[in-house]
Write a protein that binds this ligand. Structure first.
Ligand code: GLN
Length: 487
């Protein structure tokens, strides 16, 4: 087994490290070899950091030798989406405009993983500035789906999801503004958690849309999701939107028990365009839960229909403001040959940003401009409040809402490139939880044509514990999470 350590989960690796059956250096080496063997095909990473991982592993082995207590993530290889700052290590957002940018500080989540003893094996590819659903918008190269290299891994955290599915790391971090953790987790057959807005610090996450962005774990199973979440959650004085509440031990919520659980099944999440095989796989699981003592009811949440249009006003509006800082003065690329400052700003932005990012900056600037603000931005904010209230109402009656994560399985690389609207539909089921600020998790629930199907569980704000309990129960009664792609 020692030669295939990379196949193990975080908690399995932890047990081997703790009982001294393997060393952290052996674990690190094993994953580094795995990356060397498969990343030429999958291309999950923008940057790999093998020396750093080995150095961190040596420190863990020394701590073990001294008899120190081993934390849950100590000696476990993780990967970080390349929109989170890592001190002295390239952080690109998969954008040419951040060419050669090396941050002077670690994002709080990176610092917390370091304190927990996790190893960093690299920085993963994404759609430029996290805008996209396929990783095809990366300014560098597309990532491939480990289950079928001709398909996309989803996005924007496509590299993070593919790296976990391809066993290039035991876990990874993604960020989710409209589905960017859950949709790629679904396409790659792994577990992705978008926490409640404010549970995890965003300090050092390069902002896309600040009222929606949230960092979360991508893992091989639900137990690992709770373990990584334990390590990164909590109040951070550097992020005023992080919540000053206690972080419970989320592993305590991992119980095989759904007796009396009330599940809402809103028909709007199973609307036109949902692949019937995806719908069937999700509904089979809901029926299975009913067999285990849960109750479900089909309901209607009409405001969900406005999720996409509201998101595509609010997210671009916020991004147009957040991305104003990339002007060639402070970070990365500076275009050459301009005679004055304004021309330099313009040329840098023209050369540095890709088409999708430019389009969003333009839409956002338009939606915020005098004369259009009330008609677009303000109206979108009002509809956002309606949507949030609809969820609050639903959670008076139900403990969770269950939906497909995405209406389809992974599509072909290039298949939707000419149809940006179809691409945006890939997020129709995930966007509402971001707008409402509530937690949601995607777990594997079946396959179609050899490609994973994802199921989404949504709970009320701060109730990640119920998400973990339901997801864990499903995992105990199915085998989907144990399947591996053939690489
Ligand atoms: N796919 C969505 C978008 O393009 C969501 C991205 C995200 O969550 N970062 O905006």
């Amino acid at each position: 087994m020692a030669d295939r350590l990379f196949e193990l989960t975080t908690h399995e690796l932890h047990d081997l490290l703790k009982s001294k059956q393997v060393s952290a250096v052996e674990v690190a080496q094993n994953f580094i070899e795995r990356i060397d063997a498969v990343d030429g095909k999958v291309r999950s990473f923008v940057t790999t950091t093998p020396e750093l991982a080995l150095e961190q592993a040596k420190a863990i082995d020394e701590a073990i030798a001294k008899g120190e207590k081993l934390g849950a993530l100590a000696g476990i290889p993780g990967a970080i989406k390349d929109n989170m700052n890592t001190r002295g290590i390239l952080t690109t957002c998969s954008s040419k405009i951040l060419y050669n940018y090396k941050p002077v500080y670690d994002a709080t989540v990176v610092q917390k993983l370091g304190e927990a003893g996790a190893l960093t094996v690299g920085k993963t590819n994404l759609d430029e500035f996290a805008m996209g659903s396929s990783c095809e918008n990366s300014g560098f190269f597309p990532t491939h789906n480990p289950w079928n290299l001709d398909k996309v891994p989803g996005g924007s955290s496509g590299g993070s999801a593919a790296a976990v599915a391809a066993d290039e790391c035991a876990f990874s971090l993604g960020s989710d503004t409209g589905g960017s953790i859950r949709q790629p987790a679904s396409f790659c057959g792994v577990v992705g958690l978008k926490p409640t807005y404010g549970r995890v610090s965003r300090y050092g996450l390069i902002a896309f849309a600040s009222s929606l962005d949230q960092i979360g774990p991508i893992t091989k199973d639900v137990t690992d999701s709770a373990l990584v979440f334990n390590a990164i959650a909590g109040k951070d004085p550097c992020d005023t939107t992080s919540l000053d509440i206690e972080t419970p031990d989320f592993t305590k919520a991992l119980r095989d028990d759904v007796k009396g659980l009330k599940i809402g099944v809103p028909k709007e999440f199973y609307g036109q365009g949902t692949d019937p095989d995806v719908e069937k796989a999700v509904k089979d699981v809901i029926n299975m839960l009913a067999g285990l003592g849960a109750e479900y009811k089909e309901i209607s949440m009409s405001s969900v229909n406005y999720g996409l249009p509201v998101y595509y006003i609010i997210a671009p509006a916020e991004c147009s403001s957040n991305l104003a800082r990339f002007d060639g003065v402070r970070y990365g690329l500076r275009s050459k040959g301009s005679t004055d400052t304004i021309a330099m700003y313009e040329k840098t932005r023209e050369e540095g940003f890709g088409a999708e990012v430019k389009q969003r900056i333009m839409i956002g600037t338009y939606a915020l401009s005098a004369g259009y603000y009330d008609a677009y931005y303000l109206k979108a904010q009002k509809v956002r409040t309606m949507l949030r209230m609809d969820f609050e109402k639903a959670f008076e009656e139900f403990d969770v809402i269950i939906t497909p994560t995405s209406p389809s399985v992974a599509f072909g690389i290039g298949a939707l490139a000419d149809d940006p609207y179809a691409m945006k539909l890939a997020d129709v089921c995930t966007i509402p939880a971001n707008l409402a600020g509530i937690p949601a998790i995607s777990i594997p629930c079946g396959f179609k044509n050899g490609l994973p199907i994802g199921l989404q569980i949504i709970a009320k704000g701060l109730d990640e514990e119920t998400l973990f309990r339901v997801a864990y129960t499903i995992e105990q009664h199915t085998q989907w999470h144990k399947k591996k792609p053939n690489l």
